[in-house]
Design a binder for this molecule. Structure first.
Ligand SMILES: [Zn+2]
Ligand SMILES: [Zn+2]
Length: 331
């Protein structure tokens, strides 16, 4: 089979590797589609310290079960599944403390930029009937958004500012609106992303040409939004969020920042406004619920260009230039 092997900064090669043989509890998944994520860009650039090369990357994928080990009971050959990435060790302090996403011995099996992957049965989530592989490839980003929702105390009637209209910002907007938020104001400089955000119910603002602070004041009776969600992961957006959020409100850093990025924060502002800064890491215990959400979200417009496996590197570069929305690689 073929796999896109990451071998260092800007080194991503299509290589011939053996098809894995599933153990008793493993499932061999024939990959149908794998989404390109901002973290894949960071990994290729050598800016994501969690992984070291060589490895097959790609963590947003779906496919069909091609073979199953003898003790597999939940799925069978031919089932269509979304695959959850990252296996906790079950032995470290955090695993034993019920916080497996903070595991210190986490294992990530080879990823979905490949013809096949081999994963534990428990990582496979069966897809609802009639749901396309393309839409289902968004299960992982939806799971990340649900983690954010699990960590917020959004009240019915609150107002939120979402910074960034990429995949996460657009999913975040929809889940927030379903979850009782009355108004989402989404700030995004790229026009076609603003159009999509508007189509999913947000009030859109171009932060480059419009006065975001003034618009927020107008939309919130001068109070500011209860929540700000940075769905980009840029230090300047954290700084902006602290200024724009309502007193007593919450600034949530959702997007993954460049590890070298530095924000400048005046602790007095945090004191004076009594605000909370929250973050989320991974997506523990949300994947099954994310798959359940998929048919209820408007995800088709979020899909961008598709690339064959041989062009995985080009696909990652295309995301970097922010050309499209969710880019899929299809082996
Ligand atoms: Zn991702
Ligand atoms: Zn652990």
């Amino acid at each position: 089979m073929k796999a896109a092997m990451w071998r260092g900064v800007e080194e991503l090669h299509i290589e011939e590797v053996p098809v894995p043989t599933p153990g008793p509890l493993d499932v061999l998944v024939k990959v149908a589609a794998c989404g390109v994520c901002g973290t894949d860009v960071h990994i290729l650039e050598g800016k994501f310290p969690i992984f070291t090369p060589p490895r097959v990357i790609g963590h947003e994928y779906v496919g069909s079960v091609a073979a199953a080990g003898k003790d597999v009971t939940k799925v069978k050959v031919g089932d269509r599944v979304a695959v959850e990435q990252g296996l906790p060790c079950d032995r470290c302090y955090f695993c034993r403390d019920g916080r497996e996403h903070l595991c210190t011995g986490r294992y990530a099996h080879p990823g979905g930029f490949a013809d096949y992957t081999c994963v534990l049965e428990r990582m496979c989530h069966k897809l609802p009937d009639g749901l396309s592989f393309e839409i289902a490839a968004l299960a992982e980003p939806v799971a990340c958004v649900l983690r954010v929702m699990d960590l917020t105390q959004v009240r019915s009637g609150d107002i939120a500012l979402v910074q960034g209209g990429g995949t996460i910002g657009l999913i975040m907007t929809q889940v927030l609106l379903h979850g009782g938020i009355t108004k989402v104001i989404l700030s995004e400089p790229v026009p076609h992303r603003r159009a999509l955000a508007k189509a999913v119910g947000a009030i859109v603002v171009d932060p480059k040409t419009e006065d975001l602070a003034a618009i927020l004041k107008k939309e919130t009776d001068g109070l500011g939004p209860e929540y700000v969600f940075d769905c980009v992961g840029h230090p300047s957006l954290l700084e902006e969020g602290i200024e724009l959020v309502q007193k007593g409100g919450t600034v949530f850093v959702v997007g993954v920042a460049d590890p070298a990025g530095v924000a400048s924060i005046r602790p007095y502002r945090l004191f004076e406004k009594e605000i909370r800064i929250k973050t989320s890491y991974m997506r523990p215990y949300t994947f099954a619920r994310a798959v359940r959400w998929l048919p209820h979200l408007n995800l088709r417009p979020l899909l961008g260009v598709e690339y064959p496996l041989a062009e995985t590197k080009a696909a990652i570069h295309a995301l970097r230039q922010s050309k499209g929305l969710k880019i899929l690689v299809k082996p």
